[in-house]
Design a protein around this ligand. Structure first.
Ligand SMILES: NC(=O)c1ccc[n+]([C@@H]2O[C@H](COP(=O)([O-])OP(=O)(O)OC[C@H]3O[C@@H](n4cnc5c(N)ncnc54)[C@H](O)[C@@H]3O)[C@@H](O)[C@H]2O)c1
Length: 258
């Protein structure tokens, strides 16, 4: 494993699933990591399993709380080089049955948090002479299932915002890319499994079924997504900006013809 992030400072939004695996991976690469999450149970679990990580309880859709987190990273570690935007919520529903508060909250968390970490974080990255931002999008931003209108719309917005940020900040030597996973074994996928199969769903069985939809025949592990994030966040991806990187086991390569 390359230790190519020695002395770098990373702020990650979210503290479970992909965010937790990324915190571990970036620390193994030598980075200092502040992870910011709204869920105190997940925050505590991350503190316990990845001890060198700093964890801040925060709602990353709230401007003052994001500003505080950026400041905390700078004060604790001396600057900011890497942003990984993994915080998200995944409501289910059509535009007809999604209520306005849910629609608005989904955009505030999934897209607004990326705006806010960039808004407060980019000036700090510029002071360091550049940096890298990785936004968690989804295959659902490319092609989607039924009943995920708000979530899919936010993920498409993340693709567009990634391109906009990449163009605006290329001159600052800040690279901006997104990652679009298929199904990944995380708490969010467990919520999806229960949505479809009920609260007493056999998660392993549902995850196998989700995996069967992917040409590789399985779902991804959070560590596999973290590996892609670590590549994009680090110096090995020095010429990558404005891109979206699928990590979907071939899911979007095919069309549903049998
Ligand atoms: N799991 C999948 O199958 C899958 C597939 C494609 C994309 N993604 C994306 O990957 C990213 C990571 O999701 P995950 O699968 O690890 O799920 P997850 O639920 O484990 O992670 C999401 C994290 O965001 C945090 N969060 C939610 N709202 C927040 C807020 N307002 N402020 C701060 N933190 C907040 C949660 O507490 C949680 O730690 C998300 O952007 C998700 O949309 C996941």
């Amino acid at each position: 494993m390359p230790r190519d992030m020695e002395g770098k400072v990373a702020l990650i939004t979210g503290t479970s699933g992909v965010a937790a695996a990324t915190a571990r991976r970036l620390i193994e690469a030598g980075a200092n990591v502040l992870a910011c999450g709204i869920d105190e149970t997940a925050n505590e679990a991350l503190r316990a399993t990845v001890p060198p990580v700093e964890v801040q309880r925060a709602d990353m859709s709230v401007p003052d709380e994001v500003a505080f987190c950026v400041q905390r990273a700078v004060e604790r570690f001396g600057g900011l080089d890497i942003l990984v935007n993994a915080a998200a919520i995944h409501p289910f529903g059509t535009v007809e049955d999604t209520d306005i508060a849910t629609w608005t909250r989904c955009f505030s968390v999934n897209v607004g948090s990326i705006y806010l970490t960039g808004h407060f974080g980019i000036p700090e990255m510029r002071k360091r002479g550049g940096g890298s931002i990785v936004n968690l999008a989804s295959v659902q931003g490319h092609a989607c299932q039924k009943g995920v209108a708000a979530y899919a719309a936010t993920k498409g917005a993340i693709h567009a915002l990634t391109r906009a940020m990449a163009l605006d900040h290329a001159q600052d030597k800040i690279r901006v890319n997104s990652v679009s996973p298929g199904s990944v074994r995380t708490p969010m996928l467990a919520v999806a499994a229960k949505h479809f199969d009920g609260d007493d769903a056999d998660l392993d069985a549902v995850f196998r079924r989700f995996g069967d939809a992917h040409p590789l025949g399985r779902i991804a592990e959070a560590e596999e997504v973290a590996e892609m994030i670590a590549f994009l966040a680090g110096p090995r991806a020095g010429f990558c900006t404005g891109g979206d990187y699928l990590i979907d086991g071939g899911l979007t390569a095919g069309i549903a013809v049998k």
